[in-house]
Design a protein around this ligand. Structure first.
Ligand code: FES
Length: 266
């Protein structure tokens, strides 16, 4: 399938996934008929990306990391507690359709494990005693989270990996902290793009609006080098954007609009 059609199909599947919380077979057959794309190609894309599900999912997706770093920090007892609290095993959905629970191999924040992610919100250093609080907070809504006291989000100060110039913009804050300013380019448009420096927040502002699923190229506003790396996004496999953390380490974000994939290596 041509890249252009592939991107269109991904954007359509994202909308369906958002609407139904999974990809119903009946709808996939309709897309196949209307777009004249073989059903096997649609299933190929749907099963390749972790963000898509062919089975009904709960309103909230709760993922616990069972990777080595999290495992040695005691994630097993967290998993047991999640299964006990939700009354389901990994891969299952609660009968009220509130939660789907899954275990994954690495969520890219090994130094802060055990990691639990709910609907893209990272919870770090999770202990089994915290599981009930994570579930209750999810049911209340993450938007109501107190960013002052919530351990899952913390500010980062980052530099360009090419010229090492700071990317922080002290004159423009997001979430109450200096924003990260880069330049982006897509579909022949160029402009500024600001990201929240709070790890765990997805707030951003951009000079130009982009459609869901579109991928932008990111550049340093100082040396104009492209910020590109070889690491693939754990959510959608797009090449990620690396930035150097002042205090040591690298943070990588996915340049695909709507994808919440990010990796923290400190
Ligand atoms: S092993 Fe858990 S985040 Fe990497």
């Amino acid at each position: 399938m041509a890249a252009k059609h592939n991107n269109l199909l991904i954007a359509i599947l994202e909308e369906i996934q958002k609407h139904y919380n999974y990809l119903p077979e009946k709808i996939l057959r309709e897309i196949s008929d209307q777009l004249k794309i073989p059903l096997r190609d649609i299933y190929g894309v749907a099963t390749f990306y972790k963000a898509f599900s062919l089975k009904p999912r709960g309103k909230h997706l709760l993922s616990a990391c069972l990777g080595t770093a999290c495992h040695v920090r005691g994630t097993k007892s967290v998993v047991v507690e999640i299964e006990k609290q939700l009354g389901i095993k990994s891969g299952e959905t609660t009968t009220d359709n509130e939660f789907t629970f899954e275990t994954v191999n690495c969520l890219g924040a090994c130094a802060l494990g055990p990691i639990v992610v709910v609907d893209g919100n990272y919870f770090t250093s999770v202990k089994k005693q915290m599981v009930k609080q994570v579930i209750d907070q999810t049911l209340k809504g993450h938007d109501l989270t107190d960013i002052e006291n919530d351990k899952r989000i913390f500010p980062l100060s980052v530099n360009c990996p090419q010229c090492n110039h700071t990317l922080m913009d002290n004159t423009h804050t997001l979430d109450g902290y200096p924003s990260i300013r880069v330049t982006i380019s897509f579909n022949g448009l160029h402009g500024w793009h600001r990201l929240s420096s709070l790890y765990g927040s997805y707030m951003y502002e951009s000079e130009h609006q982009r459609s869901l699923g579109s991928i932008a190229n990111y550049f340093c506003p100082h040396c104009h080098s492209e910020l590109s790396g070889s690491v693939k996004c754990p959510e959608c496999s797009t090449s990620m954007i690396p930035m150097i953390i002042n205090s040591g380490g690298v943070v990588q974000v996915c340049p695909k609009r709507g994808c919440k994939g990010h990796i923290l290596d400190i």
